[in-house]
Design a protein around this ligand. Structure first.
Ligand code: HPA
Length: 286
């Protein structure tokens, strides 16, 4: 169930685009309920292979869903079972840097709110500013720095736009994810994620700045989705797959091909973590 700020279902229901997308999902048997929704970041498409009895619906067939042009993002919904629980996987996301639209994921997240508001796990590929959390490691996001100058709620006129952001990264979900990581024998780091708009990677000077501001991780996604998820009243957690050291940090020199390759190699660990988390009831009742 949703909790916290309460614009949730109201915000979603008020948007006719969400209503049309929800109707398409329900007609296709994608109406839920779901114990968990997951957004698969760059290179994490292989997560879909872990889903049992998968059913697929391309974003292109859903009204108002974004079609991402970024390689490593398939652009489809996958519904099925993981860890014995029903899940909905968003295989691919639209990024703010594609069209300059920070609200690119507004309709998909509004749809989730309208479909019973399951907990949401966002995943991404990220650069690391921590020696101990190198390529291939997993890190939970505890908080963020929005360095983009954008916000997905610009243009929203309801009072609900003033979304509280303390504990936006749900402490209960984080705690149960740490428990699942221990049970799965996986090291799970955590830290503050700085959102740079992209699509060019950061300069070493920008990374030095981010480090001084308190960033542990950097990337080009997730933050606008967290803001939207909280706007819709969804409980949200976010998991980074460290694909590289950030530019200039420990010799970091990120490349897209490398981020895709390293993330894909870590998809196995992410799948195991999620299966253990779901099987142990970690996300709570969906
Ligand atoms: N910077 C921004 N986005 C990223 C990085 C990075 O170093 N690695 C993966 N995605």
């Amino acid at each position: 169930m949703s909790r916290g700020a309460d614009p949730s279902a109201a915000g979603a229901a008020a948007d006719p685009r969400v209503g049309q997308a929800v109707a398409r999902l329900r007609a296709g048997g994608f109406g839920g309920p779901f114990a968990l929704a997951v957004v698969a970041g760059t290179g994490l498409g292989p997560l879909a292979a872990r889903i049992e009895a998968p059913r697929i619906l391309p974003y292109a067939e859903i009204p108002h869903f974004p079609v991402s042009g970024v390689s490593g993002h398939a652009g489809q919904l996958v519904a099925g079972d993981l860890g014995g629980r029903p899940v909905l996987l968003f295989q691919g996301r639209a990024h703010a840097y594609e069209q300059g639209d920070a609200a690119a994921m507004r309709v998909p997240l509004g749809v989730l709110a309208a479909l019973g508001a399951p907990p949401l796990l966002l995943t991404n590929a990220a650069g690391s500013l921590r020696h101990e959390a190198g390529p291939g490691r997993l890190a939970l996001i505890t908080d963020h720095l929005n360095l983009s100058g954008l916000n997905p709620l610009i243009g929203e006129h309801s009072e609900a736009r003033f979304v509280p952001m303390v504990d936006a990264y749900d402490p209960g979900l984080r705690k149960s994810l740490h428990g699942a990581a221990a049970a799965a024998d996986l090291v799970l780091h955590e830290g503050v994620y700085a959102w740079f708009l992209g699509p060019s990677f950061e300069t070493p000077a920008e990374i030095r700045m981010a480090g001084r501001l308190g960033a542990d991780l950097v990337g080009m996604s997730t933050v606008p989705e967290v803001i939207l998820a909280r706007f819709f009243g969804l409980r949200v957690a976010a998991l980074s797959i460290v694909t590289n050291y950030a530019a200039g940090f420990d010799g970091g020199a990120p490349h897209h091909a490398e981020t895709k390759r390293v993330a894909a190699a870590a998809a196995e660990d992410v799948g195991r973590l999620l299966a253990v988390w779901l099987a142990s009831g970690g996300p709570g009742e969906g």
